[in-house]
Design a protein around this ligand. Structure first.
Ligand code: GLU
Length: 312
């Protein structure tokens, strides 16, 4: 009885030793163990071959479209030449996670060229107060949202005649070509006389010299223009649309979109998103909000039917 038990034990031990021996052989002869995180100083993250992340990492550079004239979001500092703002910080946090060694080439994007810039590869991503919507999803894709704005109206500080969007009917109002702001104001104040420029700073100038009596776009963009106006302009604070900001990527670049969405969730959680907000828009007096929920949509929605063909 005892001998059988002993024999069984010896057999089991021999089998275990044999199995371990096999493992050792694999470790020394195979290639997999040579690339484990333990044995190498390479960053743990390996991006799928052919992905935008892998391409950017190999190239050591990425092209990012941002606004150059929107205080708080994307502003090219005339003295230092650096671009500054919340969108700029969000872009930096994303690129850092591809590889901190990757250099960002900033490209000025205005509202109307964001989709073409993504489509023709002028930029790899757009972080530029860019509202996610179904019309745009026909030609580009969005990670995010990473912020939620609302459309509002900026007037001269002594104006008492405009207190809601419908008050714009019959009046001269300025906004930007290729923006949702244009579409929304035309829908909600159809009798407004809309002047279109390429940038919101051109609209602010038109308000200053009386060519228009109001400027309309997202409240946060207007807050930056108000802050820079030395008291000349105010917000009416009567929001009339939802503007969830996304990060634009090339249509169907799902790997890149998933990667950015992962980064967004990470920075929402870590507090880096809130720190970026406080350091930029916070400086304009805006309170840090709660981060929004990322929308990982999987299908291109049907194109919305629209009464006009030129608006985004
Ligand atoms: N968020 C709106 C849009 O994407 C208005 C701001 C802008 O033009 O950048 O069109």
């Amino acid at each position: 009885m005892k001998r059988w038990w002993l024999l069984a034990m010896v057999l089991v031990l021999a089998l275990v030793a044999g199995a371990c021996g096999d493992d050792d052989d694999d470790t020394t002869s195979g290639t997999t163990s040579d690339t484990t995180a333990v044995d190498t100083t390479e960053p743990a993250e390996e991006f799928p071959a052919g992905s935008t992340m892998a391409r950017v990492k190999d190239a050591g550079t990425i092209k990012v479209g941002v606004k150059y004239d929107q205080p708080g979001f994307g502003l090219k500092n005339p003295t230092s030449g650096d671009v500054e703002g919340f969108d700029v910080e969000i872009a930096k946090l994303i690129v850092e996670r591809i590889d901190p060694a990757v250099e960002i080439e900033w490209v000025e994007a205005v509202s109307r060229n964001r989709e073409p810039f993504l489509q023709n590869g002028t930029v790899d991503m757009v972080v530029a107060t860019y509202t996610i919507n179904d019309t745009r999803k026909q030609v580009v894709d969005f990670a995010g949202p990473y912020f939620e704005a609302q459309q509002d109206i900026m007037v001269k500080s002594d104006d008492t005649t405009i207190t809601s969007v419908t008050d714009l009917n019959g009046k001269n109002v300025c906004t930007v070509t290729g923006s949702t702001s244009e579409k929304n104001v035309r829908a909600q104040a159809p009798q407004a006389n809309v002047t279109l420029f390429d940038t919101y700073t051109q609209c602010a100038e038109a308000l200053g010299d009386g060519r228009v009596v109001a400027v309309t776009t997202d409240n946060t963009i207007l807050a930056g223009l108000v802050a820079n106006s030395s008291g000349a302009y105010k917000l009416i604070e009567a929001p009339f649309s939802e503007e969830p900001y996304g990060i634009g990527v090339k249509k169907d670049d799902d790997d890149f979109r998933d990667f950015i969405n992962d980064v967004l969730e990470e920075i929402f959680e870590s507090g880096e998103w809130a720190d970026a907000f406080a350091a930029t828009l916070g400086e304009l007096g805006l309170k840090t909000p709660e981060p929004p929920e990322v929308d990982r949509y999987t299908e291109t929605p049907p194109a919305p039917s629209t009464t006009t063909t030129t608006t985004p």
